[in-house]
Write a protein that binds this ligand. Structure first.
Ligand code: SF4
Length: 375
């Protein structure tokens, strides 16, 4: 069996074998990735999620060079949303049928642990049917430093207050040499895995992430994928569940200090990397296409390069879009259904765990009068 056939079968490839995939014709790698995707997820279906991003504060002390979102606490446009403002955003989500928020912010030492616990309790009291996937390993590390308590201790308390999941943001490339250049104060890869592992052990929902375009080598990308694969094996065997999906996008530098200093990645590289990630991670079933960073057309193509999911409505994404300098911060349900259908698949609404909730009547939705405002 050749390398691509073994990858489609789900064999774990070595770092050298993963690196060699970059030298193969993209059409062959894409075909293999699509085959691998068809074996692991419903063939005709592409899923999507109705949810909302909420960035509760933009104050951050980490100061990543690739981030145009953060502010110091003294800047005029620094903010912390009130519980009521966040609640209002949740209500807007519920008006369009969404029942999940993805809530993240900067590392803001002005917010004590009690603020986070109080926020989760407030949201679960007022909106008990809405699930809360919130905070990144970086934010939990910030709370460790602030309180002197362990991630386990903190996550137990946050879970009791209503936290349902800890998204895997901040993964980028989990090789410290790459991270040190892009963001010297950024969470180290060992801490990222330590905190995600703790979350998985506690039964919190997590996803794996990857960002390319820092100037990382193919070997460093392979090392990132192997580290994710190893963690997924540990979680599946030890805790019964691991990363629900893999989300990948390209570095956006337009309004950041990395502009002109990091190469970024083209649509071709994005699609190649997506296909290789699908082949290198046979133990992660679901892969998202990234329309916020790549646009809808490339996201449609991604559905033939290993992706089986079109991501979410997001309603209000601020971090990637601000760095990219564009305003595509939400997608209406109509846009998502149209793009999935036009790409040749049947759209299905899912929950965060990729359970299919229902197959909407696409024609009926597309012919509806203008939808509610989405942000
Ligand atoms: S990427 Fe996150 S941790 Fe880094 S500066 Fe921006 S908000 Fe802070």
């Amino acid at each position: 069996m050749d390398l691509l056939e073994r990858a489609v079968e789900g064999e774990f490839l070595s770092a050298e074998e993963i690196v060699s995939l970059y030298g193969l014709p993209l059409a062959e790698v894409a075909a293999a990735a699509h085959q691998a995707r068809l074996r692991r997820t419903p063939a005709d279906t592409v899923t999507y999620l109705i949810d909302r991003n909420i960035n509760y504060t933009n104050v951050c002390t980490v100061a990543c060079n690739f981030c145009a979102f953060y502010r110091t606490k003294r800047q005029a446009d620094a903010y912390v949303l009130t519980y009521e403002e966040i609640g209002h955003k949740v209500e807007e989500l519920m008006q369009v049928g969404g029942r999940r928020i993805l809530m993240q912010g900067g590392v803001n030492p002005g917010l004590p642990l009690e603020w986070y616990v109080g926020l989760l309790r407030y949201l679960k009291t007022h909106y008990p049917e809405v699930r809360i996937d919130a905070f990144s390993p970086e934010e939990i590390l910030g709370l460790e430093k602030l309180t002197g308590r362990t991630a386990r201790d903190l996550l137990v308390e946050l879970k009791e207050a209503g936290l349902d999941g800890l998204p895997g943001a901040g993964g980028e490339i989990l090789v410290d040499e790459v991270r040190a250049k892009a963001a010297p104060a950024r969470i180290k890869s060992s801490d990222w895995f330590r905190i995600l592992d703790t979350a998985q052990a506690l039964g919190l929902y997590t996803i794996a992430t990857m960002v390319i375009g820092f100037g990382e080598t193919y070997l460093q990308r392979a090392q990132h994928l192997l580290a994710l694969r190893q963690q997924q094996e540990k979680a599946l065997r030890g805790y019964g569940a691991g990363f629900a999906s893999m989300a990948m996008w390209t570095l956006q530098t337009e309004h950041t200090r990395l502009k002109g200093k990091a190469p970024g990645a083209s649509a071709h590289e994005y699609l190649q990397q997506l296909a290789i990630a699908r082949l290198a991670l046979p133990n992660i079933a679901n892969f998202q296409a990234s329309w916020p960073s790549m646009g809808f057309k490339v996201a449609q193509a991604a559905l033939y390069y290993g992706a089986n999911d079109f991501g979410s409505t997001m309603l209000e994404e601020n971090v990637v879009s601000v760095a990219a300098g564009h305003t595509r911060t939400n997608a209406t349900l109509k846009q998502i259904l149209r793009h999935i259908s036009d790409a040749g698949f049947v759209p299905a609404e899912r929950d965060p765990y990729y359970n299919i909730l229902h197959y909407p009547d696409v024609n009926a939705v597309l012919n509806e009068p203008a939808a509610l405002p989405m942000a």
